[in-house]
Design a protein around this ligand. Structure first.
Ligand SMILES: NC(=O)c1ccc[n+]([C@@H]2O[C@H](COP(=O)([O-])OP(=O)(O)OC[C@H]3O[C@@H](n4cnc5c(N)ncnc54)[C@H](OP(=O)(O)O)[C@@H]3O)[C@@H](O)[C@H]2O)c1
Length: 259
């Protein structure tokens, strides 16, 4: 019996070792489209894939971000401006990608663009901020994916949706969690629906990293602003003392210490 067990474990590690050794070939012929490349993860990924020799099609929210990225990368990398909340912007970016990839199709799509603002309680969050998070983090992901899907399908490619640990466990920033839970649901459903086309969908769930999104000075300012703008009855219900204690714990025990 021990012999069988040892053989099984040995086989498992052999297969694992073989799998880990596999590398994607012909990287220089493969196109990857990434959203939100002005800063943070998107920017880093664009530069890393470019350095690995892939053909990166980087979408930036601003022309300034695009210009900076082009200055740091090879001639292979090309940029387009994209606001994932605007349908016409998505349509134009899709057409641009189509012209670049031609019959090869799009080998990779990374839905990375996202916002987290402000870090506050559900009751203090105004409708506009709530809607913005949903528009960028969830509706943007859905619309970009559906728009690019025919191109990804042609290449039998893969889609990577950047979710968050807060898309798995909801314990902080209600509006943001709702949007990331939505990303997970959308990805899980679409994965089943299109797997027979040979398209894969993955979710990335980062924890806490130091990027523009997690800039604590800005986050604190926005939290204060959301408290300032909260309706009178909310302020009376929670009270200034509650806000001050929360403000202190946010700075002291909380997330500043992570940075
Ligand atoms: N940092 C973390 O700890 C963490 C943890 C979990 C998940 N994530 C997720 O990781 C992804 C990347 O975030 P990050 O940390 O790298 O933050 P980031 O540096 O703020 O990057 C977000 C990117 O999205 C862009 N963007 C914002 N609104 C957009 C819009 N309407 N259309 C297109 N692009 C837009 C931003 O452009 P501008 O720079 O021009 O505003 C920026 O380039 C997000 O989906 C985020 O939710 C981050």
């Amino acid at each position: 019996m021990w012999l069988y067990l040892a053989a099984f474990v040995g086989l498992y590690y052999l297969l694992h070792w073989y799998r880990e050794r596999q590398v994607v070939s012909h990287l220089q012929d493969k196109y990857v489209f990434i959203t939100g490349c002005d800063s943070g993860f998107g920017n880093l990924l664009a530069r890393q894939l470019d350095a690995r020799g892939l053909r990166v099609l980087a979408a930036c929210l601003t022309e300034k971000g695009a210009e900076q990225l082009r200055g740091q990368t090879s001639d292979r990398l090309e940029t387009v401006t994209l606001d994932v909340t605007k349908m016409e912007s998505i349509a134009a970016a899709t057409q641009w990608v189509k012209e670049h990839v031609g019959d090869r199709g799009l080998w990779g799509l990374v839905n990375n663009a996202g916002i987290l603002t402000p870090i506050t309680l559900c009751e203090w969050l105004n409708t506009e901020d709530s809607m913005n998070m949903l528009k960028v983090n969830l509706i943007g992901v859905i619309q970009v994916t559906l728009s690019m899907l025919p191109l990804v399908r042609r290449a039998r490619g893969r889609i990577v949706n950047v979710s968050s640990i807060l898309g798995r466990v909801a314990f902080f920033v209600g509006g943001y969690c709702v949007s990331k839970y939505g990303v997970e649901a959308f990805s899980d459903i679409l994965r089943r629906e299109i797997q027979h086309f040979g398209v894969k969908i993955s979710i990335v769930e980062p924890g806490y990293f130091r990027t523009g999104m997690t800039n604590m000075t800005q986050s604190l300012e926005r939290m204060k602003q959301s408290w300032k703008e909260a309706p009178k009855h909310i302020k009376e219900t929670y009270g200034q003392q509650y806000f001050d204690a929360r403000d202190r714990s946010f700075v002291g025990v909380g997330f500043v210490n992570f940075l």
